[in-house]
Design a protein around this ligand. Structure first.
Ligand SMILES: [Zn+2]
Length: 265
């Protein structure tokens, strides 16, 4: 990934996605907003205890930095499940309830989800000119939200997995993501390669590799172009919000993707 600054607002982009002029995408950081601790400063969630006016200003600043229309963005009330919404111009500026992934091929309709350790996954199909974004915590990961998002792109737009360019953004890494017996059992039920995803620690605890678990789902469908940011939010709380590292008292950063150029049909 590469880090960018617009005044004091910092965000990251994926190398593989930055190469195309057809989309705008970004993963925001905590820097560049107006919220006070523990939401300092670019918190994008109204549901964590921050003042609505601060969140609105932060939202506007991020969109201005990316030259995106803040009134057009479609977001979602994320439910830690596996539902994917197909959105178009009718959804402009709305929040979709209880979904953890959004897909579209409507130009200038930014898709934005919020994060503090869960895995943001960005999708771009340069052939069918479609984009998507997913939110994968451990629940979404064992429910195959990444798989469901690719399947939704296939069904709606005829996307071929081998054409997809996918970015797995900063989120909690296997270095820090300790899980308990319930989650271990779910991972073992879900993944044939669970032994590679569950990493035994010297003290007897177990960590879960969410990045590789999601990448494995994508590869199983034939997705070949996957860029993993490799940045752990719990390790980098000066840069990102981390629910785990900050014991639940923190803000949310955003991942956003928008198609700039419409279909040629
Ligand atoms: Zn870490």
């Amino acid at each position: 990934m590469q880090k960018h600054f617009v005044h004091d607002l910092a965000y990251y982009t994926f190398d593989a996605l930055r190469a195309t002029p057809d989309i705008t995408h970004a993963v925001s950081t905590r820097h560049g907003g107006i919220s006070a601790s523990p939401f300092d400063s670019l918190n994008l969630s109204r549901f964590v205890g921050d003042a609505d006016a601060n969140v609105a200003t932060n939202w506007a600043r991020l969109h201005a930095a990316l030259a995106l229309d803040a009134t057009a963005t479609v977001d979602a009330s994320q439910a830690q499940a596996d539902h994917v919404a197909l959105v178009d111009a009718r959804h402009r500026g709305t929040r979709i309830q209880n979904v953890d992934a959004l897909i579209t091929r409507t130009p200038n309709l930014p898709l934005l989800l919020r994060f503090a350790d869960c895995v943001p996954i960005l999708f771009y199909d340069p052939v069918q000119r479609a984009v998507g974004i997913a939110h994968a915590g451990w629940r979404g990961t064992v429910l195959h939200i990444a798989t469901r998002t690719v399947q939704a792109l296939q069904a709606a737009f005829g996307t071929r997995p081998r054409d997809l360019i996918v970015g797995i953004a900063p989120s909690i890494g296997a270095c820090c993501y300790q899980i308990g017996d319930e989650v271990i059992a779910r991972v073992r039920q879900t993944f044939a390669n669970a032994d590679a995803l569950l990493i035994a620690q010297p003290g007897g605890t177990t960590h879960f590799d969410l990045w590789q678990a999601n990448a494995a789902q994508l590869r199983a469908l034939g997705v070949e172009q996957i860029e993993i940011a490799g940045l752990c939010t719990a390790h980098h709380t000066a840069e990102f919000f981390s629910y785990r590292a900050e014991r639940g008292s923190t803000g949310r950063f955003g991942a956003v993707i928008a198609l700039r150029v419409g279909n040629l049909e």
